[in-house]
Design a protein around this ligand. Sequence first.
Ligand SMILES: Nc1nc2c(ncn2[C@@H]2O[C@H](COP(=O)(O)OP(=O)(O)OP(=O)(O)O)[C@@H](O)[C@H]2O)c(=O)[nH]1
Ligand SMILES: [Mg+2]
Length: 422
Amino acid sequence: MASFVDQAAIRLKAGNGGNGCVSFHREKFVLNGGPDGGDGGKGGDIVLIADHNLHTLMDFRYQTKYEAENGEQGMSARRTGKSGQDLVIRVPAGTIVRDKRTGGIIADLFEPGEPRILLRGGRGGHGNARFATATRQAPNFAKPGIKTLWHEFILELRTIADVGLVGFPNAGKSSLLARITAAKPKIANYPFTTLQPNLGIAQHKGQSFAIADIPGLIEKASEGAGLGFAFLRHVERTRLLLHVVDTSGQEARDPVDDFTTVNEELRRYGQLDERAQIVVANKIDLPDSGKHLNALKQAAGDRPFFAVSAATGEGLNDLLDGVVELLSTLPALEPIREEEFFEEERMIGWEAEQLDEGLFAVTGGSMDSLLDAVNFDSYQSMTWFHRTLRASGVIDKLRELGAREGDTIRIGEDGMEFDYVE
Ligand SMILES: Nc1nc2c(ncn2[C@@H]2O[C@H](COP(=O)(O)OP(=O)(O)OP(=O)(O)O)[C@@H](O)[C@H]2O)c(=O)[nH]1
Ligand SMILES: [Mg+2]
């Protein structure tokens, strides 16, 4: 069986922009043709797509570097260089992407099939044809394309399912999954049989819902002891937990103790004990089970309580009724709030100057790639743009130069104009 990997560090780079071309029109008997160098092509983007047929990040342990194609150089006769191909990387649905430097979550690949541009390719440089003016008829220069940088990211898989199974090792979680879905998890009479999350789809009364089975939790799992801790991330994104408890009292275990211990682990991991929870008293086919049921029901408090046997199937129909009913009242899962990815290094090398009363300019290659990354129709993107200018010291510098609220700021090679806002 392929080993399961739910975390990986990768390095990504979008394509460089192609350089602009210096060229002059040539024709027989025409002495001085005009400049006709074309622009460089745009570099390819790095695009991520969630794929629900993928279930592990293992591939990213084998290949850790990914680079999109560079844009090609511009050509004569004002021909633009070919754009670099985007690089599309498929990841399991529920993969989150962290900026390795800040640890911030910058993308949540929540919705299968929805492409996400993680890094944008550099813009191509302008060819010399662009620089011809009345007074400069033969510009013998062109602009280089924008060079992109390598960035490091952490991929982390956080399974998305309606229902998560939690409980002590050997409680019967995988047995329950096998019984109510078509999944075929490994089941055995020893703790930590399950070593990787299993996903199954249950159908009941016309409803279908996804169930995630994880390895058993043990005490201190939320502090990193044992197997449980790392795997709790696979039930974090569920709407409902089924807490499976072995009621047989085998091996001198006390079902109420097991129940409170696991809930304490869920709490320590991050208030997962407050998630909607159904208590599943399992193994009621075994003789001593009856002795413990009342006490466990008491401990369950307000939580729905079902006594079942994953072995014989007893009580499972009622349990599924309860699950479907409760799920219908619970809100849908939402993607994680993302932070904008901030390409810090890009912001080096800009210059700010005052051009006139109330008019300032900020230029440098970094400004153009910044403008490239902004979506001016999006308030969120504009906010990020402003934050980036602030974080890189541009706002402070403008203030130092005397800029005041409402002054005009020209940014980038094309001189896009903005109001100065503190
Ligand atoms: N008699 C009886 N045995 C059960 C029942 N449910 C599970 N078992 C047995 O209990 C043992 C553990 O079952 P699993 O489903 O592997 O338990 P688990 O909670 O997934 O265990 P881990 O993956 O190790 O955490 C197996 O031997 C099962 O056959 C039940 O309702 N009755
Ligand atoms: Mg198991």
